[in-house]
Design a protein around this ligand. Structure first.
Ligand code: ARG
Length: 619
């Protein structure tokens, strides 16, 4: 909505007051901000407190009976007794067409919105804004890199990667919704001695056909085999050595697979063309497979970077800077940074091994500097499991010690562990296995209701989308830092706070429109004054809160803020169905109610898409 159309809407509602704008306010996109502005302006006159201060202290409430917005007076930090001030101000506050009542309740000053005004502002604004309802421009002109998922080639895709994918994709969407320019980056674990082993393994066990067929799986299989062979060999050597020593003979150790792997990796690090070419192929094929699998999750990357992509020069330069700043020490040929003077817990971090090769941390240092050079980001988010808290704290501290002013722009968004993530074939190893199991299990659940199942047009697609929603919502339902147990039976039910429940709620709202006999155009000029029932008011209130909920999620970087809200909102919608009928009602009433349901569907769909879900029309 534009400022002009907002003013004319307000004028039609008999509101002539100028809606002042405040730091962070968004009156054209967030209906609550209109009320906030009004309250702040009026209360400033009454209390002689600056309107900006009041504006920033107004809070939403979770119970309708407590008012729509409250001012906890102690937040103003004044000398007088908060309860007295609340009482005084409540008395003096002018009620108007926007605020029907201002009352004090202890130290709180409670403001109640004029429901009619709220109805007339919120529904048209949602129906007009559609997909942009709930978005804002707070991040306009700013760039963020969100690095997430970042699995390791030839290794299992474990729960940590799954959570990083789900949470990271949400954070990328959230920043986009707040106007940021977002670069989505996948930083593959594709470098290190183990890849020397993999290359040797491929010569022994790999085939071109299998590699083309399913590169991720094949490389993993090869890696498992060569690893087993290398371990077996080590044991043989150990036994042979012991036997030889027993007999007093000297034992001459052969060149082992691990030795070969080390040598191969050294070649890779030195930029040997042939070694690099083989490696590039493994990597490219794996990426093209990942692109397909991620798209089932609605995830599309701007950049597939990875440890192998960090230029040796960047790491060399980093080492030089560290030497210049005097933060490195040499320890038997290895190079390390002692971080204990800054924080004991950070310990000593190795930057370069004795043989001159780099480490995970070294590559992260080089990568961060390259990224800043290239993108000049305003923020960079690493979405990585809390097991790596130490690693990222070391990284950030080192970047700071190197004198990079942008070090403070790096953020680690961490999360807890998942237990029991298994699939039909045993423990999950690959992302597509997890998604396939989600789909199959969902399909089984759907088949249990034969009548309904027969009506689903494309059960395979629905099972895929809804099954994936189940996995994702389970992951985002609680605070990130919590651990949780991966439980198929719980996440797949249509009851309780699950992904299938949200999908069902959305599909049901779609069916309200289909069954109504009206089209969305018919609702355009509805008479919202007809929405007098308590259920309608409750729903409109909660719909009005959505833009605030997006802001809260942005502050806390918690997907659960959105998930919790969507459940609450869906529950309010479902209590409307008993009372607010659309079918067989007078056209004026039917279309007014339908417009409310359409608004609810829009908000549900916006919230689900923000989470990375694909809302279904029927199921
Ligand atoms: N590949 C790593 C792992 O699987 C995660 C990478 C996290 N990102 C980073 N910049 N270190 O453990």
């Amino acid at each position: 909505m534009s400022i002009e159309s907002l003013s004319s809407t307000l004028a039609n509602l008999g509101i002539k007051d100028e809606i002042k704008s405040f730091e962070g306010s968004n009156p054209t996109g967030n209906p609550f901000d209109i009320f906030r502005s009004y309250i702040a302006t009026e209360l400033a006159t009454v209390s002689e407190i600056p309107a900006e201060t009041i504006y920033s202290c107004l809070e939403t409430t979770s119970k309708v009976g407590n008012g729509d917005l409250i001012l906890p007076v102690p937040r103003l930090r004044l000398k007088a007794k908060p309860a007295d001030l609340a009482a005084q101000w409540a008395e003096k506050f002018p009620t108007s067409s926007l605020i029907s009542q201002a009352t004090s309740n202890g130290v709180f000053l409670q403001f109640f919105f004029n429901t009619k005004v709220l109805n007339n502002l919120v529904i048209p604004s949602i129906l007009h804004e559609q997909k942009t309802y709930g978005t804002n421009k707070s991040g306009a002109g700013k760039k963020v890199i969100v690095e997430f998922s970042s699995p390791n080639i030839a290794k299992p895709f474990h729960a940590g990667h799954l959570r990083s994918t789900i949470i990271g994709s949400f954070l990328a969407n959230l920043h986009e919704a707040c106007g940021w320019d977002v670069v989505k980056m996948n930083y593959l674990g594709d470098w290190g001695k183990q890849f020397g082993l993999l290359a040797i393994g491929f010569e022994k066990y790999g085939t071109e056909e299998e590699l083309k067929e399913d590169p991720i799986k094949h490389l993993y299989d090869v890696y498992v085999k060569i690893n087993a062979a290398a371990t077996a060999q080590e044991e043989e050597i150990k036994a042979a050595k012991e036997a030889a020593e027993k007999e007093g003979k000297t034992y001459e150790a052969p060149v082992t697979l691990h030795d070969e792997a080390r040598a191969y990796f050294k070649k890779m690090e030195e930029g040997d063309e042939a070694a690099k070419a083989i490696w590039a192929r493994f990597r490219d094929l794996s990426i093209s497979k990942y692109v397909d699998t991620y798209s089932r999750l609605n995830v599309h990357y701007d950049v597939y970077s990875g440890e192998s992509q960090v230029a040796p020069e960047s790491m060399q330069k980093a080492l030089e800077i560290m030497e210049e700043k005097g933060i490195v020490v040499k320890d038997e040929g290895a190079v390390l940074v002692d971080l204990t003077p800054y924080n004991k817990k950070l310990g000593k971090a190795i930057i370069q091994k004795k043989d001159g090769t780099t480490l995970y941390l070294t590559r992260d240092i080089g990568a961060a500097a390259e990224r800043y050079e290239k993108y000049k980001f305003d923020k960079m988010i690493y979405v990585v499991a809390s097991q790596q808290d130490l690693h990222l704290n070391q990284l950030f501290k080192i970047l700071e010690l190197m004198g990079y002013e942008w070090a403070s722009k790096c953020v680690h968004i961490n999360f807890g562990m998942v237990t029991g993530m298994s699939t039909r074939k045993g423990t999950a190893v690959f992302l597509d296995q997890i998604l396939e199991t989600a789909k199959e299990n969902m399909h089984d659940v759907m088949k249990k209701n034969e009548v309904k199942y027969a009506q689903v047009e494309d059960p395979d697609y629905i099972a895929d989308v809804v099954g994936i929603s189940a996995v994702m919502v389970q992951d985002m339902a609680a605070k990130r830092i919590n651990n949780y147990a991966f439980e198929w039976s719980r996440m797949l039910t249509f009851e309780g706070d699950t992904g299938p429940y949200l999908q069902y709620a959305h599909a049901r709202l779609c069916s309200v429109e289909r069954k109504s006999g009206y089209k969305s155009e018919d609702t355009m000029n509805s008479n919202y004054d007809l929405l007098v029932e308590q259920q309608a008011s409750d729903l409109i209130r909660i719909l009005a809160q959505y833009p605030d909920v997006v802001n809260t999620a942005m502050k806390t970087q918690e997907p659960s803020a959105i998930v919790t809200y969507l459940f609450k909102m869906s529950h309010v919608v479902s209590s409307c169905y008993d009372v607010l009928w659309v079918a067989n009602q007078e056209p004026a009433l039917a279309t007014a109610r339908l417009s409310l349901y359409l608004a609810a569907r829009q908000v549900l769909s916006n919230g689900m898409e923000l989470l990375g879900l694909k809302p279904v029309q029927r199921m």
